[in-house]
Design a protein around this ligand. Structure first.
Ligand code: F0G
Length: 451
């Protein structure tokens, strides 16, 4: 029995879940997948979900479909498109905790997904729905990770994947994935916001199913990140969950996840959702702090954290709603703050791509500078790292070599550069001759410095 329907977030009009629809036919606003959940015994379900970890069935092995009672839009679990995804680690990050001024900090690393980012949590539900509605092709605009994820899942499902990416603005780790997975990759001379506009114009004409976060079925999968996080914490609700903000699908889906868990009695309080944007790509921050927070302030986005280089986030109203539900907040951080925070996360032996590091940078800003929203060092905080460190190795190497510029032009080599960022936590490689004694000496020097 299908318990789901699509519902407009503004006027509440309902639509069939099978409708190939991304916006309300009445008012044009965004859609949610909503459910008539049957009476739920939360404790029993928590137990069932734990038990499924011992199962070998694909739907139980998936860190998304394991929680299928919370995403009951698709009945036939033997036909889901799963890699599997999820099952990402929750790690202690003591160096990062010290850096931000907290006594303890936990990191949920979504970069340990099959294609290296949190997009896989949503792609499994999005592509499963694409197959269910009979799509021949799936499409997305992307700053890189969505295209990598969609490319892989489309290939697994035997569908054509079509990606539109802003030329020259996608990190090579991600571009290489889309190409290798066989996605038809169209590099457009424009930014992400233009690519997204184009994909929404073109897709209906060709009957392609859009898998950007405007697709509410994709957000259903991403919602389960909240569930898995709580399951891993034995259902202890953190005081705060911190996420990067780009197109704002992730913050929207986490908000919906926590809200549903609260309504269904799985948790008795909500964590504060804190969204962090890069200063040069902070339309949500600018909107919330403007005189008219009901009207999106769009920007021409600029940041080295290319994953979140987005000026017109499509899910901004859902992100506002998530902040309302969770008494959340949004702030912005500079390129320097992102670069240093990323290196500190690396020192924990964790690492991440630049966009993910906004979280730790934002926390430090809130704690150390005490701006916007003062935090208590005893707060129980989880940050969500969204992408793997290997997605954008170029950025990391430049940082450690002291060659990271907020502004640069590349032809075959860098031709123009300005706005040099400090490499505060650089770990420079050391050139040594191929000589045994020198190598021993250098290592011993290092050991005595470290002790
Ligand atoms: N972090 C990473 C690594 C991302 O790739 C993205 C978005 C975000 C954070 C922001 O998440 O958009 O849900 O607010 N990447 C998209 C893409 C836009 O095309 O891969 P959001």
């Amino acid at each position: 029995m299908n318990l789901a329907r699509l519902q407009c977030i503004h006027c509440g009009t309902d639509f069939e879940p099978s409708a190939l629809l991304y916006r309300c036919r009445e008012c044009g606003d965004l859609l949610d997948v909503v459910y008539d959940f049957p009476d739920t015994d939360a404790e029993q379900l928590k137990h069932t979900w734990r038990q499924r970890r011992a199962s070998l069935a694909p739907a139980d092995v998936s860190g998304v479909w394991r929680y299928r009672e919370l995403i009951p839009f698709y009945d036939d679990v033997s036909n889901i498109v799963t890699y599997p995804e999820g099952n990402t680690p929750l790690l202690e990050a003591p160096e990062s905790a010290r850096y931000v001024g907290l006594n303890r900090l936990q990191v949920k690393h979504q970069g340990y997904n099959p294609t290296g980012s949190f997009k896989d949590n949503g792609m499994t539900t999005g592509v499963t729905q694409a197959v269910a509605v009979g799509a021949r092709a799936v499409a997305c605009a992307s700053t890189g990770n969505t295209s990598a994820s969609m490319g892989a899942y489309a290939a697994r499902a035997g569908l054509l994947g079509v990606v539109l990416i802003p030329e020259g603005q996608v990190a090579f780790g991600k571009l290489s994935q889309a190409l290798d997975y066989g996605a038809l990759t169209l590099q457009i001379q424009g930014d992400f916001d233009t690519a997204l506009r184009l994909v929404t114009e073109v897709a209906p004409e060709i009957g392609m199913y859009i898998l950007n976060s405007i697709n509410p079925f994709r957000l259903e999968g991403q919602k389960t990140i909240a569930v898995e996080m709580l399951d891993q914490r034995d259902w202890q609700v953190p005081d705060r969950v911190v996420v990067p903000g780009g197109n704002l699908g992730n913050s929207s889906s986490l908000g919906k996840g926590f809200e549903e868990l609260y309504e269904l009695g799985f948790i008795d309080r909500m964590p504060h959702l804190t969204i962090i944007q890069a200063e040069g790509a902070a339309p949500l921050y600018k909107t919330v702090t403007s005189d008219h927070p009901d009207k999106l302030v769009t920007v021409h986005a600029k940041t080295l954290a290319t994953a979140i280089k987005i000026g017109q986030p499509v899910s901004w109203k859902k992100a506002m709603r998530a902040m309302d539900w969770t008494d959340g907040w949004v702030t912005q951080v500079s390129e320097q703050e992102i670069a240093d925070a990323k290196a500190v996360i690396g020192r924990d032996g964790i690492g991440c791509e630049p966009a993910s590091a906004t979280t730790v940078a934002g926390l430090r800003k809130l704690l150390v500078e005490g701006t916007d929203e003062p935090l208590d060092p005893d707060e129980d905080v989880v940050v969500l790292l969204t992408g793997h460190v290997l997605k954008d190795p170029d950025y990391t190497v430049r940082y450690h070599l002291g060659e990271l510029y907020a502004d640069y032009v590349v032809e075959t080599t860098i031709t123009e550069k300005s706005d040099h960022l400090r490499s505060t936590y650089a770990n420079r490689p050391i050139e040594v001759p191929a000589d045994r004694d020198t190598i021993v000496e250098v290592i011993q020097q290092h050991l005595s410095h470290g002790s």
